[in-house]
Design a protein around this ligand. Structure first.
Ligand SMILES: [Zn+2]
Length: 340
């Protein structure tokens, strides 16, 4: 069996960073939006991070065009449908797609309606995949955003997550420029999430250091987005191991955003050896020009990942999912049947 086949969960996947160029072309046409290029190839440089990408801030520029065309319920529904369809076609069995409702309200769409549209697109695609004999389950994660003056919008996202929790929405997240807006500024948001018993993950230890991850843990995060820079703090690594906190690592994206200066020092293998709950994910299929399965192949080439380690990572993806124990057991069983 091909090494690529191990990528059968994707727990860290942004909708806006994963629109195929075809979807961008179709959505722009549908809404009469002028694009800077009108071919698949021409769009590549606008949607995909350049080889010389400087850092996370540079990487985040690739989201502007997708956000421009994702301002209606219909566009969100179509994009969620297409992404789910692609995941099913690639053999992904379980995915958690995330997006930030507050970034889709520029032309008056309400956050709650954006969520209904994304859920509708996902549901239709899952049904269609099922008809084709491709079994996939997808939940969505709602991102709050780092930034200034958006506390109210973030709190609104938390209440929407509460309303749809277990009905397509799995959890909350905090995304955006971590190096500019520190995790410590978002205590109010996650205090509320905790009171409402909404599980959450936080992007931490990507553009900022260990202190960002310590803060996320203090707030009650049950998973960490990336966590690459935990390796700078021995005590933190031990804490993550002891509490079995899953790290949603995204190797291809992490290389692009220069989370480690020298990629030979990327800590994923050492985390695995030390018994941390590491998972492999894509982050952004278009911005990073990858998918979860390609992340495993990338690790094999860059870090010498073995098949046995790939299998362990794959099963960690099940363990770390925002699913009940019964659901995890069923997913584990079907994944084991596939990879062994
Ligand atoms: Zn991310």
């Amino acid at each position: 069996m091909s090494f690529l086949k191990y990528g059968i969960t994707d727990l860290h996947l942004h909708l806006d960073g994963s629109l195929s160029p075809e979807t961008v072309l179709d959505l722009a046409k549908l809404q009469s939006i002028e694009l800077p290029a009108d071919t698949r190839e021409g769009l590549y440089s606008y949607l995909t991070a350049p080889a010389g990408c400087e850092d996370l801030n540079d990487y985040l520029k690739c989201f502007e065009l997708p956000l421009q065309i994702l301002q209606t319920g219909e566009a969100l529904s179509i994009s969620a449908y297409r992404l789910t369809e692609e995941l099913a076609d690639r053999g992904i069995r379980y995915a958690e797609i995330r997006y930030a409702p507050q970034l889709h309200t520029r032309t008056g769409l309400r956050q709650a309606d954006s969520v209904l549209s994304v859920l509708e697109g996902v549901k239709k695609a899952v049904k269609m995949a099922d008809k084709k004999g491709k079994n996939i389950r997808v939940q969505i994660i709602l991102c709050c955003m780092r930034g200034i003056g958006n506390t109210e919008a973030n709190l609104e996202t938390v209440y929407i997550a509460e309303k749809y929790l277990g009905r397509g929405v799995a959890a909350l997240d905090l995304a955006g420029a971590e190096g500019v807006f520190p995790t410590s500024d978002y205590e109010e948001i996650f205090r509320l999430a905790g009171e409402l018993k909404i599980p959450f993950t936080i992007h931490a230890g990507e553009a900022a250091g260990p202190e960002s991850i310590w803060k996320a843990l203090e707030f009650g995060a049950s998973r960490i987005g990336h966590g690459v820079r935990a390796s700078e703090d021995r005590e933190l690594v031990e804490e993550l191991r002891r509490r079995r906190i899953p790290l949603e690592m995204c190797p291809v994206s992490n290389q692009q955003t220069k989370t480690v200066k020298d990629f030979s020092k990327y800590p994923l293998k050492s985390y695995l050896e030390r018994g941390l709950m590491v998972t492999v994910n894509s982050d952004n299929m278009t911005v990073s020009d990858t998918w979860a399965g390609a992340g495993y192949e990338f690790l094999r080439r860059q870090c010498g990942l073995t098949r046995e380690e790939a299998e362990r990572l794959s099963l960690n993806g099940v363990e770390a999912a925002f699913l009940s124990e019964n659901e995890k057991a069923a997913l584990r069983k079907s994944i084991l049947a596939e990879i062994r």
